[in-house]
Design a protein around this ligand. Structure first.
Ligand SMILES: [Zn+2]
Length: 102
């Protein structure tokens, strides 16, 4: 569930709340004064801070996908290795390697 940051309109304290996306802002109760006048803060830094506290699921998924991709790479035949033989390398400047010129 997403974590939202709120500012209480009653006591003006900031607090976090892990809520369903279906929960309305006006239903959010301040943990300090129990007023229902919180304002949801939409700061980008909120997600960053929560991300460090709670190791990102998306991040871990990305890492596992990267591992998968590297695994596939390792199983591929060494095409690049074959192309790198001296016979097939065009006599071009190494700095233009990979750039096709017309
Ligand atoms: Zn409050």
């Amino acid at each position: 569930m997403p974590i939202y940051e709120y500012r209480c309109g009653q006591c003006e304290k900031h607090f976090d709340a892990t809520q369903s996306v279906h929960v309305r802002v006006e239903d959010t109760v301040c943990p300090h004064c129990h007023a229902q006048s919180a304002t949801r803060l939409l700061s980008s830094c909120t997600t960053q801070v929560k991300g460090t506290r709670k190791p990102g699921f998306a991040e871990m998924k990305a890492y596992s996908m990267l591992d998968e991709r590297m695994d596939k790479f390792a199983k591929l035949p060494p095409i690049m290795g074959k192309r790198a033989t001296p016979d097939t390398i065009p006599p071009s400047d190494p700095s233009t390697d990979g750039i096709q010129e017309n």
